[in-house]
Structure formats: structure tokens, C-alpha cells
Design a protein around this ligand. Structure first.
Ligand code: ARG
Ligand code: ZN
Length: 442
């Protein structure tokens, strides 16, 4: 009996690997709607069950959404990804507890396979683009994004510079693009980062789209660069990003071996959640974990990760210049304002809200995409050690926001690549609007 169980376990682990690439064949994404506090408690206990460990994961939690929007989002919902071998059991448990649910994705592997069109060498207009490979028609690897940063610096040397602010755990460059028409740092600056969470591919794609518009279409809006300096970092977690392309599409964390603890026999757990690792009320909440095998492992200490440490060090040296901090994540379609670590509003919240509102209005005007606006704690859940709270609370940047890009769950993290352009356009509209409002109001 014991032998049987062991071999079954080995079998399922082997089944999940196909030539070194993790397969999500038969995995389903469920949206569950706990309608009472008791059901919510039951649900959270369910997710944490030992026999579900590694087989059921929480993709998103919108448990405390304070308003219901037009497109049918209820006040409380959570998106759960279930492996096929526990799906029946999970559904039985939900039914038994009267918790309703919808199936958002019927087979995640299929969604993954159709998300990103393959490279088409026939259609590779490398020459016409003067040396970079970004298309905004598919999701690109880190080296393509990196070469776009270099391309911009070489092509527009009067306004673009690159800077390597550190190295990732695996030795990749942590690189940003600085866009400025000069002025020795006397102008206000806007910081934008993407790709802190590896699997949120729409984020680096959108950040590079913003770079494209800002720099290559500069003549359409010269004032955006004349009045403001820009620090833009499209891939803040390159190790995780590459791993999500090469091996596990759903990888979220960094790839450090920080406090690797051994569980599941000989399995070693890698990586830290880079959005739970910042040194501001680090480790205080219950929604980050001290278990290295979880997706929201906060790390052995604050700033254990070279990625978060490098960003923080850079931002601190320019903290008086940077007036707006933007970090792009997915998914949910929300514009989040601090605090996220507690249910309270920071100093300057009214101004922060008004500026965010300008952004959301401009974004929604492009194609009617519906965004929720509010504090991270009220719209999602409290979680400490995130970059937005640190930017506000430690660096003292007045306007700090997390933007949760599309969609609202039909594809979740696996957003088809044809969405890159529309998401880029509407997000760029928001960035333009807040920049103009901010510079006009000064
Ligand atoms: N989805 C993001 C995360 O979980 C949201 C962070 C919001 N900010 C916060 N301080 N909780 O990392
Ligand atoms: Zn994220």
C-alpha cells in the first residue's frame, strides 16, 4: 500500500514534466465565490490542505472588493488553479460547503500553447526595425527586450541612456533606460518598472510599448520628455522571466536559492516573491509566507534579493527627483493606491486618488476597458513588503501606484499576445494623462 502511494506520487511528478518543461495539461482555473465569512474561511483552509499542496494554487484573490462593477464581478471571489488529479475532490468540497464557482479556463495547457505565436522567420522585419526584434505581436525573451533598450540608446543618444543597476541572482543585468533631455536631474522624474513577477508577461510587453511611444514617437508629444525625466525598467526579475519562458510558464518568484528548504523528499525550493521582499513592514502580515516552497515566500530577510535591493538602492539615490512610482503587474484591471499592508490611507491620499483617476479615465476612454481604483488593501487583500508601499513609505515618493493590467480572469496570466497592442495603447494613454496632469498642476 505504501509502495503504491509512493509510486503514484512519483508518477504524477513525472507526468508534469515533458522534456524539462512543466505541462499544465488538464489544469483548470476556477473562480470561486465565497459569499459568507464562514465560506471564506472554509475556502482558505481548503487551499492550504496538505493533500492539495503544489496541486491547488491561488492565482488571484479579490476578496474584499468594495464595489461591484458593471461586468459582473461579485464582491468576493478567488481564482484557483487546480491540477487534474485533485479537481474532482476540490469541486466536491466546494459543493459540500455550498460555495459556487465557474470554470474560467478548461485546460490551461491549451491556453499556454495558443498564447504566444511562434517566431516567423519569413516575417522577421529585423532589418526594417534597424536591429531590434521586438514586435509587440508576441511575447519576447529577455535578450530581445534587453537589445531593445540598447537599440534605443544607440538610436536616440541625445535622449536615451542605459544603466545597469545590478545583477540578478543568476548574473543577468538589471538594466534600465533613462530618457531625458538634460537638466542635471533638476526635473521631476517618473519611474516605471515591469516584470517583477515573472509570469505576468503582459507587464514587460506593456512597459516596452511605453518606451516605444515615449521615445520613437517623441515628436507627437515633445513636452512629455522635455518636462520630465524617465527611469524605465521593463524586466525587474529577469531570472524569473526567463524561467517562465523556458521551464514553467507559471513561475512568479525570483530564482535565488535563498534559504532553500528541503521538503517533498529531496525537492529544493527556489525563489522569493519579489513583491513581498521590500523593507517596509516586511513580514508583518499573514499573506506573505516564511515557507520557501510557497509562491509568496517573503525571503529570509528584507531585500534578500539582489533584484529588489538594486531597485531600492537606485530609487533611494534619486528619491527627491522621482515623483511618480509606477509598477506594472497583472491581472485584475485595477489601479492600486497604497496602503497595501494595512487598511488605511496614506498622507496625500486625496491627491494620489485624483491623479490615478485621470489615468483611469484616459485608459477607459481608449476602448472601454473597465478598471477598479482604490487601495490595494481594500480591493485585494493586505500584503506587506510590496514595492508600492516601500516607494511611498520609505522613499517618500508622493505618487506610488501598482497597476494590475488585463484581463479580469478569462485568460489570467496567459493573456494572448494579440492583446499586447491594445493593452499597450490604453496603458500609454493613462501614463500620458497622469504625466500631463502632474506637470500642469505644478
Ligand atoms: N498583486 C500584487 C501582489 O500581490 C498586488 C500588490 C499590491 N500592493 C500591496 N502593497 N499589497 O504583489
Ligand atoms: Zn504581480
Amino acid at each position: 500500500m505504501l509502495l503504491y502511494t509512493v509510486s503514484l506520487c512519483v508518477l504524477t511528478m513525472v507526468a508534469a514534466q515533458d522534456g524539462g518543461v512543466v505541462s499544465y495539461e488538464g489544469y483548470q482555473l476556477l473562480r470561486v465565490y465565497p459569499s459568507t465569512a464562514q465560506q471564506l474561511g472554509t475556502l482558505m483552509d481548503l487551499v492550504r490542505r496538505r493533500r492539495y499542496e503544489g496541486l491547488v494554487s491561488l492565482w488571484s484573490q479579490q476578496l474584499f472588493a468594495s464595489r461591484t462593477s458593471a461586468n459582473n464581478r461579485t464582491e468576493q471571489s478567488a481564482d484557483l488553479l487546480s491540477a487534474p488529479q485533485v479537481l474532482e475532490d476540490l469541486v466536491e468540497q466546494l459543493d459540500a460547503n455550498g460555495i459556487s464557482y465557474d470554470v474560467l479556463i478548461h485546460n490551461l495547457e491549451e491556453a499556454i500553447q495558443s498564447e504566444n505565436p511562434p517566431i516567423d522567420p519569413e516575417n522577421d522585419e529585423l532589418e526594417s526595425r534597424g536591429g531590434h526584434r521586438l514586435t509587440w505581436r508576441r511575447y519576447h525573451r529577455y535578450k530581445d527586450i534587453d537589445s531593445y533598450i540598447e537599440y534605443l540608446a544607440i538610436t536616440y543618444p541625445d535622449i536615451c541612456q542605459t544603466e545597469v543597476i545590478g545583477k540578478s541572482s543568476q548574473g543577468r543585468d538589471l538594466k534600465l533606460l533613462k530618457v531625458s533631455t538634460g537638466g542635471d536631474g533638476n526635473k521631476p522624474a517618473i519611474w516605471i518598472d515591469g516584470g517583477l513577477h515573472a509570469r505576468e508577461w503582459i507587464s514587460p510587453a506593456t512597459v516596452t510599448y511605453i518606451m516605444l511611444q515615449l521615445v520613437e514617437f517623441r515628436d507627437l508629444h515633445p513636452e512629455l520628455i522635455d518636462s520630465v525625466d524617465w527611469y524605465i525598467m521593463p524586466v525587474a526579475n529577469p531570472d524569473g522571466y526567463e524561467y517562465s519562458h523556458s521551464t514553467d510558464r507559471l513561475w512568479r518568484k525570483t530564482r535565488s536559492g535563498a534559504k532553500a528548504n528541503k521538503r517533498w523528499g529531496k525537492r529544493t525550493c527556489y525563489g522569493v516573491d519579489p513583491n513581498r521582499n521590500w523593507d517596509f513592514h516586511w513580514g508583518e502580515d499573514r499573506s506573505s509566507s516564511s515557507d520557501a516552497c510557497t509562491d509568496d515566500f517573503r525571503g529570509p530577510k528584507a531585500f534578500s534579493e539582489p533584484e529588489t535591493k538594486a531597485m531600492a538602492d537606485f530609487i533611494l539615490t534619486r528619491k527627491d527627483q522621482i515623483k511618480i512610482y509606477l509598477t506594472l503587474h497583472s491581472y485584475s484591471q485595477m489601479w492600486l493606491v497604497p496602503w497595501g499592508y494595512k487598511n488605511d490611507k496614506p498622507k496625500g491620499y486625496y491627491d494620489m486618488y485624483i491623479l490615478a483617476e485621470k489615468g483611469v479615465e484616459a485608459l477607459e476612454a481608449v476602448r472601454g476597458t473597465d478598471y477598479l481604483l482604490g487601495t490595494a488593501a481594500e480591493l485585494l487583500y493586505t500584503a506587506s513588503g510590496a514595492s508600492d508601499d516601500w516607494a511611498k513609505g520609505v522613499a517618500g515618493i508622493k505618487y506610488s501606484y501598482t497597476i494590475e493590467l488585463p484581463d479580469t480572469g478569462s485568460h489570467g496570466f496567459v493573456l494572448p499576445a494579440h492583446e499586447i497592442e491594445p493593452v499597450g495603447q490604453e496603458t500609454w494613454a493613462a501614463v500620458k494623462a497622469i504625466t500631463r496632469h502632474f506637470t500642469d498642476a505644478r
